[in-house]
Design a binder for this molecule. Structure first.
Ligand code: CNA
Length: 277
């Protein structure tokens, strides 16, 4: 890709040009693809940021390797590490960020086709994005089942177990786990059932993901050629920047979102929504 080639849909490769495109009314089917980086400002560590990331904080759990906390075979062997982590991440403790509120603004205006999230914190729901506009690609804390007989388990009982750090067992003797997809498990049907929507997108925004977990990491490539793709992340990731109408903006997503929202005249409304959450 030759960067001297001008973009086709955008006037320039920057945030202002993306805001102009949205303002022009050309984007009616916006797709977001997000990861742990959109929730770090809420106080939830991501996986891979050095020192502050979850993996670097897992040492005290004495895991054979950090990823084991989300490994289904390790969970069967010793579920305590996951339960300790679930205690930290249990929904209700954290407030959505302005980036979550920004996505809700698209939903409120009927412009959100889907928010594909790798996050399990359910802050998208807490921000007021309708459930049917969210694809929880790696599951979430919203449900819980036995890993053997797949029977649903009582929410309140699991919550008590998570709070005390003691694993919950189903009547059949199997371990209970929230519906978070572990390494070694299939992704939820809603993920595969929503992939076709990527072809309908007229703007794609990727935020706060290292794009290192597949198959999610390949989603941006499924956006049709010619459709603008915006990356807002602390580091350059994936292949965004390889097409004419790609914008790669490096920094904290809340800052990028603020710049975009101010251009769109949405910022004050967003602050009001955030205060009310
Ligand atoms: P990751 O691999 O930890 O990558 C996070 C990315 O976000 C990195 O590229 C960071 O540079 C970037 N980043 C961090 N903070 C910011 C910020 N403020 N603004 C912009 N960019 C930032 O996380 P991924 O989501 O890519 O990895 C996929 C895993 C992480 C999924 O399976 C998730 O379930 C899992 N995860 C989720 C949560 C959560 O639910 N909040 C927390 C930690 C991990």
């Amino acid at each position: 890709f030759d960067p001297s080639i001008p973009p086709a849909k955008l006037s320039r490769r920057d945030l202002r040009a993306v805001a102009e495109l949205i303002k022009s009314g050309a984007c009616k089917n916006v797709v977001f693809m997000v990861g742990a980086g959109i929730s770090t400002a809420a106080g939830i560590p991501d996986f891979r940021s050095p020192e502050t990331g979850l993996y670097s904080n897992l040492a005290r759990l004495e895991l054979p390797r950090p990823e084991a906390v989300f490994d289904i075979s390790y969970f069967r062997e010793d579920p305590r590490a996951f339960y300790a982590l679930a205690q930290e991440l249990w929904p209700g403790k954290f407030k959505p960020t302005m980036t979550h509120v920004f996505m809700r603004m698209f939903a409120d205006r009927g412009l959100l086709l889907r928010c594909f999230t790798q996050n399990i914190d359910t802050l998208e729901l807490a921000a007021g994005i309708p459930r049917d506009k969210i694809v929880f690609a790696h599951g979430s804390f919203a449900g819980q089942h036995c890993i053997d007989c797949m029977e649903e388990f009582d929410r309140k009982t699991l919550e008590e177990h998570v709070r005390s750090g003691t694993p919950a067992f189903c009547a059949c003797g199997g371990l209970v786990k929230p519906d978070i997809t572990f390494f070694g498990e299939a992704l939820p049907p809603e993920f595969h059932g929503s992939l076709h929507l990527l072809e309908e997108a007229d703007l794609a925004i990727v935020m706060g993901s290292s794009l290192s977990v597949y198959p999610f990491a390949a989603l941006p490539q499924r956006i049709e050629e010619g459709v603008p793709r915006l990356l807002m992340n602390m580091e350059k990731v994936g292949e965004i920047g390889s097409r004419r109408d790609d914008v790669a903006w490096i920094g904290e997503c809340d800052d990028g979102v603020r710049e975009l929202a101010e251009q769109l005249g949405w910022w004050e409304e967003m602050e009001g929504i955030w205060k009310g959450l």
